[in-house]
Design a binder for this molecule. Structure first.
Ligand code: NAD
Ligand code: TYD
Length: 339
């Protein structure tokens, strides 16, 4: 079986590449990634040595190049991770989000239609459901929760989801969608909360917490997300959406304090900064459907996952220090300089 993975040089896509190479040693994994600021070949260094892995530096919006890859590689399944993924960047400049996340999805699905109605999986997010109030811990997102987005990022992901479902209904494309909560783990780009706080704390730099730090996110170890997608592409029901989450809600401030404690750093590094515009209050997934239909359950508890993650950042300083020394430095100055 040949699985084409887009966005494999990014955080979750990279973890998925390693998961698939390990779990299915007879599969060929074809990775397509155009290497934006968020894509790193160093993430795929070990995969590049595997004979079952091939990499194409290609933009998913480039129809001609994508069609050529489908002709050459003849994938059986496509898993689309490639996206612009950072909410703060989408607030600064929405356009590339609409292009990659919506039009790129369209190109990938057109290729699936053209080359034999290929099985397509869209990696989406719980952010398409908008947010839940902080004072209603009884509420969760189910697959029936209406789409109600807050940021240009989540809107672009929701637009893509609607298009995926439309391709199923209109053209009979065999699709599935997964909507996962916040992931954490190795290879997470250091602009996102957990790796940013680890990197800043290690450098004794301020830890910028938006607003009061009360916002709740439902954190899932990235390997558990990869296993969920693996299950869905093999056993998921065509045309269905599956929510993926670990029932592990934490306030941002508690995560930042935990990181300080684990690294032996003072909480005095915590700096409250201006809130994110349109900041979603709470995300919380009800994963009953994927549990009852496919038997999925998260395996890594947050206490263990955060240990493993911090350990990984301590042991792989070169990976993230290279990233934060480059173009990223200008981004950081722009986003946090006057906040
Ligand atoms: P990421 O930003 O770390 O990686 C995205 C990857 O896609 C990068 O390697 C980048 O180079 C590539 N890419 C971007 N535009 C491209 C294009 N036009 N053509 C080809 N490649 C392109 O993102 P991530 O956190 O790994 O997220 C992966 C997917 O999972 C996204 O679709 C995101 O919406 C979804 N998701 C993420 C989370 C999370 O917590 N990070 C949670 C739920 C869903
Ligand atoms: P992030 O990792 O960007 O993921 P998402 O916006 O998709 O949930 O942010 C996680 C939470 O942390 C979110 O509520 C915003 C907050 N946050 C901060 O407080 N400070 C920061 O520097 C960043 C990047 C995020």
């Amino acid at each position: 079986m040949t699985v084409l993975v887009t966005g494999g040089a990014g955080f979750i896509g990279g973890n998925f590449v390693y998961h698939m190479l390990g779990a299915h040693s007879d599969y060929k994994i074809v990775c397509v990634d155009c290497l934006t600021y968020a894509g790193n070949m160093s993430t795929l260094k070990v995969a590049m040595e595997n004979k079952n892995f091939v990499f194409y530096k290609t933009d998913i919006c480039d129809r001609e190049a994508i069609y050529k890859i489908f002709e050459d590689e003849k994938p059986d399944v496509v898993v689309n991770f490639a996206a612009e993924s950072h909410v703060d960047r989408s607030i600064e400049n929405p356009e590339i989000f609409l292009k990659t996340n919506i039009l790129g999805t369209q190109v990938m699905m057109d290729a699936c239609r053209k080359y034999g109605n290929i099985r397509y999986h869209q990696v989406s997010t719980d952010e398409v459901y908008g947010d839940l109030p902080l004072d209603r811990p009884d509420l969760f997102f189910t697959e029936q929760t209406p789409i109600h987005t807050s940021s240009p990022y989540s809107s672009s992901k929701a637009g893509a989801d609607l298009l995926v479902l439309a391709y199923h209904r209109t053209y009979g494309l065999p699709v599935t969608i997964s909507r996962c909560s916040n992931n954490y783990g190795p290879y997470h780009f250091p602009e996102k909360l957990i790796p940013l706080m680890i990197a800043n704390a290690l450098a004794d730099k301020p830890l910028p917490v938006y607003g009061k730090g009360e916002n709740l996110r439902d954190w899932l170890y990235v390997e558990d997300h990869c296993k969920a997608i693996d299950l869905i592409i093999h056993k998921g029901k065509i045309g269905e959406v599956y929510n993926v989450g670990g029932h592990n809600e934490m306030a941002n401030i508690d995560i930042v304090k935990l990181i300080c404690q684990k690294l032996g750093k003072s909480e005095d590094l915590i700096t409250y900064v201006a809130d994110r515009k349109g900041h979603d209050l709470r995300y919380a997934i009800d994963p009953t459907k994927i549990h009852t239909e496919l038997g999925w359950l998260p395996e890594t508890k947050f206490a263990d996952g955060i240990e493993k993650t911090i350990e990984w950042y301590l042991n792989n300083k070169e990976w993230w220090q290279t990233i934060i020394s480059g173009e990223y430095r200008d981004y950081y100055e722009k986003m946090y300089g006057n906040r």
